[in-house]
Design a protein around this ligand. Structure first.
Ligand SMILES: *Cc1c(COP(=O)(O)O)cnc(C)c1O
Length: 414
């Protein structure tokens, strides 16, 4: 790896080598992260990065696009097969631009939209006031119930009937339960609104059959490709044929210039990998691992928001241990366990030092860990949280983390 860079720019080469070493030596539990295959890395690091290909296959503004067209057409046909969608645009640079492009395609500035609030599990681009989405459109936010910490579809329907938004956005970044996309689509249809599902976190679970799909009833579906889907850092927009034209126009020339052809090729690689039967086992294992990790944490006295998980992530309430999210994140960091502090629904504390942490199993599952290892990981997390101010105990936990990491290499041959 890096044979050229090591000679021409040893400083950057060292940064990258150190990052590989870090990835190898930590238990990475950030639910939006994953480890791509060496084949995806090959495509991302390929000569397709040299090409400009504004436009769409066979309708480009630049010459020399024979192979860029082929890369994009492969990505399109594989995405359609994988998700069963009518139309797909594979050019969005990442998840946030993809969402903005959908709004730009189908709404007027100032239009009313419904989305899940960030503090209760939504994403910034679902209408948060500091985000472009919340500035350019009139977002009405929904959340979860205080007692159950679950989405209440009856209540969402009531808000929709009262507010009459033009679009209803579903999808989340910190919701540990299944999302009823069918119900969302029905609510949208009942008031003549467009249904949009952002499946960024759970796309890999959906194509594995480990979470119900938003197809074919949802009008527009966006997803990142780098989370549970295990592809390059990017996104795609899928939609019913009737929305294809405005969506494509909003992506280019509306928002973006030239597509990142090297990443498009890597998306094609990722979709082919996700079409393999093994990927179904992988997606299901992510969920089994999250359940096993949750059970261990519960038995150690930590409280799981909603009482458990149906997907790849756990939201853990640390209040029973008298530890804050920030203290836990920092303590776990010292023990080489990477998590992120996170608000829990109706958090009495601030987002800078909230009451919870968010944990996910995609990365550890990609490394080959199973339920047995999750039990151990849960035990180590609980031990670090309970001993957050003991350097010695955290050092002991770190030793065990390093031993476990050594058994499950991130890349066999890098
Ligand atoms: C991650 C995520 C995004 C944003 O993706 P980026 O690639 O970070 O811009 C959007 N929506 C949801 C639900 C996400 O989880």
């Amino acid at each position: 790896m890096l044979e050229h860079l090591a000679k021409t720019d040893p400083k950057v080469a060292e940064v990258i080598r150190n990052e590989l070493k870090r990835q190898q030596q930590v238990l990475e539990l950030i639910p939006s992260e994953n480890i791509v295959s060496p084949s995806v890395l090959d495509a991302v690091g390929s000569v397709l990065t040299n090409k400009y290909s504004e436009g769409y296959p066979r309708k480009r503004y630049y010459g020399g696009n024979e192979f860029a067209d082929q890369a994009e057409e492969l990505a399109i046909s594989r995405a359609k097969e994988l998700f069963g969608c009518e139309h797909v645009n594979v050019q969005p640079y990442s998840g946030s631009p993809a969402n903005i492009e959908v709004y730009f395609a189908l709404l007027q500035f100032g239009d009313k939209v419904m989305g899940m609030s960030l503090s209760e599990g939504g994403h910034l681009t679902h209408g948060h006031k500091v985000n472009f989405s919340g500035r350019a459109y009139h977002f009405v936010q929904y959340g979860v119930e205080k007692d159950t910490e679950l989405l209440n579809y009856g209540k969402i329907e009531e808000i929709a009937k009262k507010e009459q938004p033009k679009m209803i956005v579903s999808g989340a970044t910190a919701y540990p339960r299944q999302i009823d996309f069918k119900r969302f689509a029905e609510i949208a249809e009942s008031i003549g609104a467009i249904s949009m599902a952002d499946i960024s976190h759970i796309a890999g679970l959906i194509v594995s059959g480990a979470h119900p799909s938003p197809f074919p009833f949802t009008d527009v579906v966006t997803t990142t490709t780098h989370k549970t889907l295990r592809g390059p850092r990017s996104a795609i927009i899928m939609c019913k044929e009737k929305y294809a034209k405005p969506i494509d126009k909003a992506v280019f020339p509306g928002m973006q210039g030239g597509p990142h052809d090297h990443v498009t090729a890597a998306k094609a690689v990722c979709f082919a990998e996700a079409l393999k039967p093994e990927f179904k086992d992988y997606g299901r294992q992510i969920v089994k691992n999250a359940r096993a990790l949750g059970e261990e944490l519960s038995s150690q006295g930590l409280r799981l928001v909603t009482g458990g998980t149906d997907n790849h992530l756990l939201l853990v309430d640390l209040q029973p241990l008298n530890v804050t999210g920030k203290q836990a994140e920092e303590a776990l960091d010292k023990a080489n366990i990477t998590v992120n502090k996170n608000t829990i629904p109706f958090d009495p504390r601030s987002p800078f030092d909230p009451s919870g942490i968010r944990l996910g199993t995609p990365t550890l599952t990609s490394r080959g860990m199973k339920e047995k290892q999750m039990e151990k990981v849960g035990e180590l997390i609980a031990r670090a949280c309970k001993n957050w101010n003991s350097e010695q105990e955290l050092g002991e936990v770190k030793k065990e983390v390093l031993a476990l990491c050594g058994e499950f290499p991130v890349y066999e041959d890098l």
